[in-house]
Design a binder for this molecule. Structure first.
Ligand code: ADP
Length: 163
């Protein structure tokens, strides 16, 4: 295969150390990684799409083969437009696996050539989720263990602006 382009999509609301670990590991496996930040309006994200996208770009800027884009269409259409060869997903639990497996079958009926690569989380990130981070943030708990400093700052700025 020529240059292999892999897409890692997600809401990244917010981007956590668990996501960053998956991105770094994927970047060592494939020539090009596109981190695709989903608008996800139905999830009513805490951080705006612009903030989520610019934070990811800032945090990941030193990884040469990683780029960050946002998208607001169907993921399958986005993958087609990007000409992606591989879809990356992270797995934390059997619940993630069951959820992903259902999606994988759906994606592949529409994009038969896409290969899905699921990377298991590292033990230290296995409990980490954006949902947990949002919950801690709302209750003013410490975020340093879960997200980079610039992400923690953006969360507190956003929550303060909503007061
Ligand atoms: P989505 O809106 O797709 O659920 P997320 O931002 O929650 O977006 O997750 C994006 C991807 O990152 C998913 O494949 C998810 O399983 C994976 N992921 C999230 N948190 C972790 C973690 N702590 N370790 C490994 N993978 C993770």
């Amino acid at each position: 295969m020529s240059e292999c382009k892999a897409v890692f999509p997600g809401s990244f609301d917010p981007l956590t150390f668990g996501h960053i670990d998956i991105i770094k590991r994927a970047a060592s496996m494939f020539e090009q990684i596109v981190v695709a930040v989903a608008a996800s309006p139905s999830k009513h994200p805490m951080l705006s799409l612009e903030v989520r996208t610019s934070l990811a770009a800032k945090v990941l800027k030193d990884i040469k083969n990683v780029s960050v884009v946002s998208f607001d269409n169907l993921m399958i259409d986005f993958l087609r437009e990007e000409g992606a060869h591989v879809l990356i997903r992270g797995l934390r639990s059997t619940a993630d696996f069951q959820y992903e497996l259902n999606l994988i079958h759906m994606y592949r009926t529409q994009l038969p050539n896409i290969e899905v690569v699921c990377l298991p989380t590292r033990l230290e990130y296995s409990f980490m989720s954006s949902t947990l981070v949002r919950e801690i943030a709302i209750h003013h708990g410490p975020l340093t263990q879960y997200v980079p400093a610039e992400v923690a700052k953006a969360i507190s700025d956003t929550l303060n602006s909503k007061k």
